[in-house]
Design a protein. Structure first.
Length: 185
């Protein structure tokens, strides 16, 4: 069997349609569109992954947001709880902090003797944030250095809702009680 030499193709038969010159261009266009779609998907997944690593917020952790956006006031510190002052009501400031990092839980301060109306509390795995009305349209933002110190400081407000040690999964109390035959070492 002999083949025609390169460049010399037999003329198309009258029954066979001529090849469409747009077919190659359509294939190239489809490949380009596919590449763009794949790149877009990876970019979106990367952005979502980065947001998840930052804590579901736009700017990182709540701790970082507080330190970067509110005025530090060491005169208002309470032991291991650092004080900041923010513009806005406790509810408004809580919403800003929540946008930076979603808390595990949020509670309004319980009303009762010694409790301040309008307070807000945000629980995070490693620390607590307490928000108190401070001055006209200002909030005292109290950021605990660790969870335990925040819980101990604000137990009167959140003790009925939150556990003293985050991640505690046992049942019952860690206290060894008295009574007949129980408790002591």
């Amino acid at each position: 069997m002999t083949y025609p030499p390169p460049g010399n193709h037999p003329p198309p038969s009258p029954d066979e349609p001529a090849p469409d010159p747009r077919r190659r261009l359509n294939r190239i266009r489809n490949i380009i569109i596919g590449v763009i779609v794949v790149i877009t998907i990876f970019a979106l997944l990367g952005a979502c992954g980065a947001r998840a690593l930052r804590g579901d917020g736009l700017g990182g952790s709540a701790r970082d947001h507080i330190a970067q956006n509110y005025e530090r006031n060491t005169g208002l510190d309470e032991g291991d709880v650092d004080a900041y002052v923010a513009e806005g009501t406790p509810a408004e400031v809580a919403a800003e902090i929540r946008d930076a990092e979603r808390p595990t839980d949020q509670r309004a301060g319980a009303s009762g003797t010694g409790n301040v109306a309008g307070t807000q509390f945000l629980q995070y795995p490693d620390y607590l944030v307490a928000l108190f009305p401070y001055a006209a349209n200002q909030t005292r933002v109290m950021l605990s250095r660790d969870y335990r110190s925040g819980y101990n400081r604000y137990h009167n407000y959140v003790g009925a809702f939150w556990v003293p040690m985050p991640g505690y999964s046992g049942s019952g109390s860690s206290n060894r009680g008295g009574g007949s035959g129980g408790g002591g070492k």
